[in-house]
Unconditional design. Structure first.
Length: 566
């Protein structure tokens, strides 16, 4: 291993002109150094605001990263070790920043702020930076072990100072890079500093890039066809209230600031939005790469991508990839192959979501008949096709046909699957919906309660499926005249969807509309009109002016305006 001497410049001092120690105070992060110095001897006992650590506007380039990986990094070295074992010894004498003692050929004005967790491996952090360089050549990375003075004796207690410091640094740099790993449960979503940096970056409207390390990126692409739901469902578990920091004082300061500004629900919404953008961007970029070779890999990926985009609310793209997938798989395997039939069913779901019920019906019928012939009447894929066709008939108001299919799906699933399996709970919910539509409220209510309890146990309180179940129960309670019990469930569903799905997702908009209807029934016309207008505007933008949901919201608003004589 190299001694590292070749990395250092001849002069270790920093000057005001090179952005070193005399630069303006800025971005403190600190899973390590931030809080442990708060009890330094020079601090007065009652002193609440103390001198900010000094940091540089300089960053390091790819040449330095590659040099470090070749001569200094070990496979298991963590970022915390990098700071303690590499940075501290080389900057101790002058008590300065590493970027101010490195050979100038390795440093320059930072062009991206790197947000990471100290528990990440160095090879993973640097790997993400190398990936970023491919898209943005000649990048200089502001990486706090290198660009922040690790020897200061001060810290920050006042959270306004923390925000100002981070904001000045990120605004000056102009872009943020989030290191996300592992792909099926990113650690940065659990770290208070990372979420706080994300919040500030969003508030400043700087470009944000989320990347996986090389190996993680490849693993994600190989697994996405069958496992994208692992990431999707992880989004529902994001909760900044449970985030951690290495130092309790750091965590307390961040929580205090978040509570006074964005709130934790708002921060969760931001984190979810960022991860959803990452999912969509990564998947569509991979689709573009697969177009170069085409074939089964592309078409199979598109079939699963159709479902992912549908769940994420990207309805136009879901329909596009669904259509392309069917065409390719039909040419490759034929019209009756299970892979083709799966793609047919996925496109039917996308068309139904867009309100194209007539066009979706023959696709649902085709998928069901094909699965019955190829896999048998009790296969899980067949039962899924049975349930999906039943949902279409329900949307079309064909209740007799719906009942036959829902009952068949429920009986088949309860025979072979665990009571808490998602498919069983879905069938339980659908039977409750049917009973409600038939006016059998007393029979529907226990099924709705069973579905809600099961989804809370298996999926968690903030999963969209759980929130839908809460809203279903609220609706039946309202129909039974139990408004006091219904309202908290309606509001829980809406606030949860806003937090996990975002304000313009079709599922969120449906909840907004349902709360508006509830408030109208309760007599709170003013808030009902506000929510109904919001739902209508969202539906028009997301689903289009002629979608059934849009038309329902428009009708509701007309009714509200007429009764209030506005």
């Amino acid at each position: 291993m190299s001694t590292g001497a070749s990395l250092l410049s001849g002069c270790c001092g920093a000057t005001a002109s090179d952005g070193g120690q005399h630069a303006d105070p800025s971005a403190l992060r600190g899973d390590t150094h931030f809080s442990k110095n708060l009890n330094a001897a020079h601090l007065l006992e009652d002193e609440m605001e103390i001198e900010l650590q000094m940091s540089s506007r300089k960053g390091v380039n790819v040449a330095f990263l590659n040099h470090f990986l070749k001569h200094h990094a070990t496979e298991d070295m963590k970022t915390a070790q990098l700071k303690d074992e590499f940075v501290m010894p080389r900057t101790l004498e002058k008590r300065t920043l590493l970027v101010d003692v490195l050979d100038p050929k390795y440093t320059g004005k930072a062009t991206v702020f790197v947000s990471h967790a100290y528990s990440y491996k160095v090879v993973d952090c640097f790997g993400v930076m190398l990936r970023y360089e491919q898209a943005y050549p000649n990048t200089y990375f502001w990486f706090d072990p290198f660009s922040l003075n690790q020897h200061g004796e001060g810290g920050v207690v006042d959270t306004e100072d923390v925000e100002i410091a981070l904001s000045e640094q990120i605004k000056s740099i102009g872009a943020t890079l989030i290191v996300s790993s592992p792909w099926n449960g990113p650690i940065f979503l659990e770290r208070a500093w990372c979420l706080f940096e994300l919040l500030i970056s969003v508030n400043l409207n700087v470009p944000i890039t989320t990347l996986l390390p090389f190996a993680e990126h490849e693993a994600f692409l190989k697994s996405v066809a069958g496992n994208f739901r692992v990431v999707y469902e992880a989004l529902a578990k994001i909760d900044s209230r449970k985030s951690q920091a290495r130092e309790q004082r750091d965590l307390d300061a961040i929580n205090e600031k978040v509570s006074r500004t964005a709130t934790h629900a708002g921060l969760n919404k931001i984190a979810n939005t960022q991860m959803r953008k990452w999912l969509v961007t990564t998947a569509l970029d991979h689709e573009k790469n697969l177009f170069k070779t085409g074939g089964e890999a592309l078409w199979s990926f598109q079939s699963e991508l159709c479902v992912m985009l549908l769940d994420l609310g990207e309805l136009d793209e879901a329909e596009r990839v669904g259509r392309q997938s069917i065409k390719g798989l039909e040419n490759e395997f034929g019209e009756r192959h299970p892979s083709t039939l799966t793609s047919v069913g996925n496109l039917a779901r996308a068309l139904k979501a867009r309100g194209k019920l007539t066009e979706a019906e023959p696709l649902y019928q085709r998928a069901l008949l094909g699965f019955e012939d190829a896999l048998g009447s009790s296969h899980a894929d067949t039962l899924c096709a049975v349930n999906n066709l039943g949902e279409l008939f329900y949307a079309q108001g064909k209740m007799n046909e719906t009942e036959v299919l829902f009952q068949r799906a429920l009986e088949g699933r309860t025979t072979t699957l665990d009571p808490l399996h998602r498919d069983v709970l879905l069938s339980v919910t659908n039977m409750a919906l049917l009973l409600e539509a038939q006016g059998k409220l007393d029979k529907a209510e226990p099924l709705y309660r069973r579905a809600l309890l099961g989804r809370e146990q298996s999926l968690g309180a903030l999963h969209p499926g759980t929130l839908n179940a809460a809203e279903n129960l609220a609706r039946i309670l309202q129909a039974q005249g139990n408004l006091d019990a219904a309202e908290p469930l309606f509001r829980r569903s809406l606030s949860g969807k806003e937090e996990t799905l975002g304000p313009v997702h079709a599922n969120t908009l449906r909840s907004i509309h349902n709360v508006a209807l509830f408030l109208q029934a309760k007599g709170d016309v003013a808030e009902a009109k506000t929510l109904c207008r919001r739902a209508l505007a969202g539906f028009e933008k997301t689903l289009g002016p002629l979608h059934p949901q849009t038309l329902k919201a428009a009708s509701s608003l007309r009714s509200l305006l007429m009764h209030s004589k506005e």
